[in-house]
Design a binder for this molecule. Structure first.
Ligand code: ATP
Length: 144
C-alpha cells in the first residue's frame, strides 16, 4: 500500500512522525484529504483535530493542531504548527477551562457588558476553536 511521510512539528518538538496512508486536515480554504503522490501544496491551517489513517485501516488517529502551515510534496507532508498535541498529551481540564473562559468572553462581548468592551473577539473565537480542537482530539463530549 502506498504511503506518504508525515511530520508534525510544533515550536518546541516533533509531535508526530510516521508513514501514513491519508491525512485529513482543515485548511483556511476548507477540508483537504492528502494521499501519497499528492501535488505540491502549501496551505494555512485553522484550529482543528487532524485525522491520520494508517495502512488500509479506516480507523483514524487524531492530533489537535492550533494553527500553522502544511507543506505537501509527493513524498512528504510537513505540518508546522503553532501548537499541536497527541491526545495522550492533552490536559482535558485545561482545555475545558480554556473553553469556558473563551465562551464567557464571547458572551460578554455580545451582551455589551463593561468587561465585554475589552474583549478581543477574534482572539476569543480562536481560543474557543483551539479548545474545541483539543476536546475533539480526545473524543470528549461537550456542548459547543
Ligand atoms: P490555554 O489558555 O489553556 O493556554 P491556549 O489555546 O491559549 O490554551 P496555546 O497558545 O494553543 O494554548 O498553546 C500554548 C502551549 O500550551 C502549547 O505548547 C500547547 O501545546 C500547550 N497546551 C495548550 N492547551 C493544552 C492542553 N489542554 N493540554 C496540553 N497542552 C496544552
Amino acid at each position: 500500500m502506498a504511503t506518504i511521510k508525515l511530520e508534525i512539528v510544533s515550536p518546541d518538538k516533533v509531535v508526530y512522525e510516521n508513514d501514513i496512508s491519508m491525512l485529513i486536515v482543515r485548511s483556511t480554504g476548507g477540508e483537504l484529504g492528502i494521499l501519497p503522490h499528492h501535488a505540491p501544496l502549501v496551505a494555512g491551517l485553522v484550529p482543528h483535530a487532524m485525522r491520520i489513517r494508517l495502512g488500509a485501516d479506516r480507523d483514524e488517529q487524531l492530533i489537535a493542531v492550533a494553527g500553522g502551515f502544511m507543506e505537501v510534496t509527493p513524498e512528504k507532508i510537513t505540518v508546522l504548527a503553532t501548537a499541536a498535541e497527541q491526545p495522550i498529551d492533552i490536559d482535558i481540564n485545561r482545555a475545558k477551562e480554556a473553553m469556558a473562559r473563551a465562551k464567557a468572553r464571547i458572551a460578554a462581548f455580545h451582551q455589551g457588558t463593561a468587561e465585554g468592551k475589552d474583549v478581543d473577539i477574534d482572539r476569543a473565537e480562536l481560543a474557543l476553536r483551539r479548545s474545541i480542537a483539543r476536546l475533539r482530539a480526545l473524543g470528549s463530549q461537550f456542548e459547543e
